[in-house]
Design a protein around this ligand. Structure first.
Ligand code: M6R
Length: 605
């Protein structure tokens, strides 16, 4: 839930680390810190509470000297948002500095063991045990750095990505265990290395990456042959597999900096919403044989579970209606965090389809681990290559939409819908029709994201920004769209938004409707009759109706036209609400890319 970046090379580390932190800030923004090792082998450290640029303005990170360093942006878990709890954390003897993402579950026990050995702690974090354990193994037990670090990692419980730097040798060591960590290798023979939670952090320097596996520990060494000529090298061990040295391939990523930069847009969220004109098409460009192979596996399985969290779950729920409608196929759609309740249904021939943008969400990794233990096949639908979920899956379909930087899922949500819809068509033996229909969306999405549509929605946002509550209704797959719409609005505008299946209103929620209560109504050809009668129930109690669909009706107070696209209605219908949510945030003075209390990938339970 935090962002990590480390650099070892020939250039000044601070500007590279600062740039990386800015790009990782979506992972947490409570506090941040940068530490470098200067030419005199001294640590230089600046850290504080606040967002990266605020801290930089106050402390000027660029004053830090040295060509090796580590940096961190924090989403607080253990210990409040204070300067003392900000990373990096140092060992008692000041030789080892550590940054960390994840949770060390046995930190209390480790901390009391270290305390009994005379160690003192200056923060409330679980992280601070790590540099001190390394010091313990080196100073008290006499081990060398690598042995000490291997011992330390083997004693930690929980999911973590950790990077540390040794002041005396400038060695940087990173380990991955259930939380993301990627190694970047300098391109065109450039003698530099990066370790980061996510590729965009160093994408302006190299596209050559090594995806690390759980248990991997990479050691980056700075070999100084002379004062002027330095070279670095790396070695990977696996601390879960007999401490063996392992080899992992260097792969080139297709993402480029344009994806990781805001360009002409004020925020990543708006950029990513407008990118959907292309990303929906990219998500649809799947390998036919792979889709058909997965459809075959679905057909042959005895029980299929479709699991996800947050927006990814909404994509699952939405498409479960299509599996039923197009292919007469029942699929169990379950929140990944609730999956353990279904464990006893899992058999060797059960298929689990795990949907996750990041591929790092702990709830989904836990669920998949359970499924694997029961011998089930796991297929994942993921955006981030090399993520933990892809490493645990038998097969992965990638969304291919480039990095999504804003905390809110927008382009990845519609991409998930597209990929899952193609699977439903393939299951019905009709993949060609699905592919054709996806192509047809280009023009519609272009119009929906155009400046003129955004301006119209801005007028609606002005009105809704004064509301305390917004309700959203839909039926069938558009009920899932309603859930997603409410999530988008509340997570970024902080206005209470709640979704209901249209038919449920009369069973209770209608008591919440009063004069001018806004209610967004998703209408499609096949749900029109019933959802409009639900809308009228709202209207007759004074509600303010916002219709989204192919045809306006008189009772709508505001209408956004979205052409009817049948099975693909959920893909198009959510786009105006993504825009609305964005504009509400801007009007209300919130940062759309970094909503309070949220982080892009949720690696805590
Ligand atoms: O990376 P994942 O798709 O597994 O993430 C799941 C949710 O955490 C995510 O969709 C979350 O709900 C977003 N904030 C939605 O905008």
């Amino acid at each position: 839930m935090c962002g990590i970046i480390a650099y070892l090379g020939e250039d000044s580390a601070a500007p590279i680390l600062l740039e990386g932190l800015k790009r990782l800030e979506y992972r947490g923004y409570d506090s941040a810190g940068i530490l470098t090792v200067n030419d005199e082998s001294q640590f230089e450290l600046k850290k504080d509470v606040g967002k990266v640029l605020e801290i930089h303005e106050k402390l000027n990170f660029l004053d830090l000297n040295g060509t090796a360093g580590i940096a961190h942006t924090r989403w607080a878990t253990h210990g409040g948002v204070t300067q003392a709890n900000a990373h990096p954390h140092l060992s008692n003897n000041g030789r080892i500095a550590v940054i960390h993402n994840g949770i060390i579950e046995n930190y209390k026990e480790l901390r009391s063991k270290l305390t009994s050995q005379g160690f003192v702690f200056s923060s409330e974090t679980d992280t601070e045990v790590v540099p001190n354990l390394i010091e313990y193994w080196m100073r008290i037990k006499g081990l060398d750095l690598v042995e000490a670090v291997l011992n330390t990692f083997q004693s930690l419980e929980g999911n973590f990505a950790i990077v540390l730097i040794d002041r005396d040798s400038k060695t940087i060591i990173g380990a991955k265990n259930g939380s993301p960590l990627v190694l970047g290798v300098g391109s065109n023979g450039k003698n530099e290395y990066f370790l980061a939670s996510d590729i965009p952090a160093f994408l302006d320097r190299t596209k050559d990456v090594v995806y690390l596996y759980d248990g991997d520990m990479v050691v980056l060494r700075c070999d100084s042959h002379s004062r002027s000529k330095k070279s670095s090298s790396y070695q990977i061990y696996n601390f879960r597999d007999g401490r063996k040295i392992v080899t992992r391939p260097v792969q080139s990523v297709s993402w480029d900096m344009e994806h990781a930069a805001k360009g002409e847009f004020d925020h990543f969220m708006l950029k990513e919403i407008t990118e959907q004109v292309e990303t929906i098409q990219k998500a649809g460009a799947q390998d036919r044989e792979t889709i058909e192979d997965i459809a075959r596996r679905i057909k042959e399985a005895k029980g299929v579970f479709l699991i996800g969290c947050g927006s990814s779950f909404h994509a699952c729920l939405s498409v479960s209606y299509l599996f039923s409608k197009l292919a007469a196929f029942h699929i169990n759609t379950v929140l990944a965090s609730e999956f353990s309740a279904y464990e006893h249904f899992l058999k060797k021939d059960t298929l689990v389809i795990a949907v996750s943008q990041s591929g790092e969400t702990i709830d989904i990794l836990d669920a998949v681990r359970t499924a694997k233990q029961k011998g089930c096949q796991v297929i994942s639908i993921v955006n981030v290559m090399g993520s933990s979920l892809t490493q645990m899956s038998d097969k992965t379909l990638f969304l291919n939409v480039g990095p999504e930087i804003s905390v809110l899922s927008t382009k990845t949500y519609t991409a998930q819908l597209v990929v899952l819809t193609l699977l439903a068509y393939a299951l019905a033996g009709n993949l060609d029709e699905g592919l054709q229909r996806v192509k047809y969306l280009w023009n519609i999405v272009y119009n929906l994201t155009a400046a003129s549509t955004r301006a119209r929605i801005r007028a609606l946002a002005d009105r809704l920004s004064k509301s305390e509550h917004i309700f959203v209704i839909g039926r069938g797959s558009l009920y899932a769209t309603a859930l997603e719409a409410a999530l988008k609005i509340k997570e970024v505008s902080y206005i209470h938004a709640e979704a209901f299946a249209g038919g449920e209103l009369k069973h209770g929620p209608i008591s919440l409707i009063g004069k001018d209560t806004p209610c967004i109504v998703f209408v499609s050809k096949d749900t029109e009759k019933l959802i409009l009668s639900n809308a009228m129930e709202v209207k007759s109690r004074g509600g303010y109706l916002i219709g989204i669909g192919p045809t306006p009706i008189e009772s709508f107070d505001f209408f956004i036209k979205v052409p009817e696209t049948g099975e693909l209605n959920p893909v198009c219908d959510i786009i105006p609400i993504q825009i609305l949510a964005y504009q509400l945030a801007v009007i209300l003075g919130h940062d759309p890319d970094r909503p309070r209390n949220l982080a892009k990938s949720v690696t805590v339970r």
